[in-house]
Design a protein around this ligand. Structure first.
Ligand code: CP
Length: 314
């Protein structure tokens, strides 16, 4: 595996799930693979889970790890070719990337959508420069449009907790005070569309996601109806995708907050969220603290999804 940005990069999903569960059973079995190899993690944005789980995964594989926070202590990077660099960015990505690549064997990159230009965001301008100019295997630690390590961990968690052969999985939009990217819901849809689940997306009108990820999945604008009989509720906020509202907040309606009343419409569904989560905006205290909440095992599986990807790259 040279690149990991979406579900297709995993190949057969059932084989990948089986491999992930085997890794989970014995996470130190492949410690020899990473001997004298180095993972470089490049962060353009903040992180708790991705930073720790990916380092842990690399350590399980016997690797050394280096972390670069581009906006804290490194030179600010210019991303555009042809720019007269007389501003506040002293280094260009076109030198910085091959230099970083000199010191490592595998690279993980986190670079969120900037919501200044939809075309730039949806072309994954920064992540693709790493893929093109590093000469090293590169995986997304959340790009502008996808968060595949999260979605794979979500799928592993669903596989572990499902009580039916084909569970009903509902992705629900929920309110948030800040503008958030579409990367998590895009990747969740990307993975659920390939998995053996009955997948439904519910959101207010105007929050339609890119069809490239939705791929004809059922959209139900009535959140209560969508929750009926669900086995998993996956909550997430995202900003509008469709023009002319790209990157805008169209609603902060707390009637969309996931609460106990809505959860009672489900078939004792498990509650999922990628974290960090804004309590009593996205989900009530009662629901996230309930026995049906699996947000912590879901976060724990981030180590496993990262380990499978790095293992294949090694
Ligand atoms: N879910 C997730 O990616 O968390 P972090 O932003 O803390 O890494």
């Amino acid at each position: 595996m040279k690149v990991f940005t979406n579900v297709k990069d995993l190949g057969d999903l059932n084989v990948s799930l089986k491999e992930a569960l085997e890794i989970k059973k014995n996470r130190f079995a492949y410690k020899h693979l990473g001997e004298n190899k180095t993972l470089l993690m490049v962060f353009f944005n903040s992180s708790l889970r991705t930073r720790l789980s990916t380092q842990k995964a690399a350590m399980n594989l016997g690797m050394n790890t280096m972390v670069l926070d581009v906006n804290q202590g490194a030179w600010k990077l210019e991303t555009e070719r042809g720019v007269v660099m007389d501003g506040d960015k002293p280094e260009h990505m076109l030198e910085a990337i091959p230099v970083m690549a000199c010191y490592c064997d595998v690279i993980g990159v986190r670079s969120f959508a900037q919501f200044e230009n939809k075309t730039d965001d949806y072309s994954e301008k920064i992540l693709n420069q790493f893929i093109r100019y590093s000469g090293k295997p590169v995986f997304s630690m959340e790009g502008a449009t996808t968060h595949p390590l999260q979605a794979f961990a979500d799928l592993i968690t669903i596989e572990e907790y499902k009580k039916k052969e084909r569970p009903k999985v509902v992705l629900t939009w929920a309110p948030h005070p800040r503008v958030l990217p579409q990367a998590v819901p895009n990747s969740f849809a990307d993975f659920m569309n390939e998995a053996d689940v009955d997948f439904v997306i519910t959101h207010p009108e105007g929050y339609e996601l890119d069809e490239k990820f939705v791929r004809g999945a059922k959209i139900e604008y009535n959140q209560h109806k969508a929750f009926e009989g669900a086995d998993f509720i996956y909550a997430k906020n995202w900003a509008a995708y469709s023009d002319p509202n790209y990157g805008k907040i169209l609603s902060k309606d707390r009637n969309w907050t996931v609460d106990e009343k809505k959860m009672s419409l489900t078939d004792k569904a498990y509650f999922m969220h990628c974290l960090p989560v804004r309590r009593n905006m996205i989900v009530t205290d009662d629901v996230i603290e309930s026995p049906q909440s699996i947000v912590i095992p879901e976060a724990a599986n981030r180590e496993i999804s990262a380990q499978l990807v790095i293992k294949r790259m090694l």
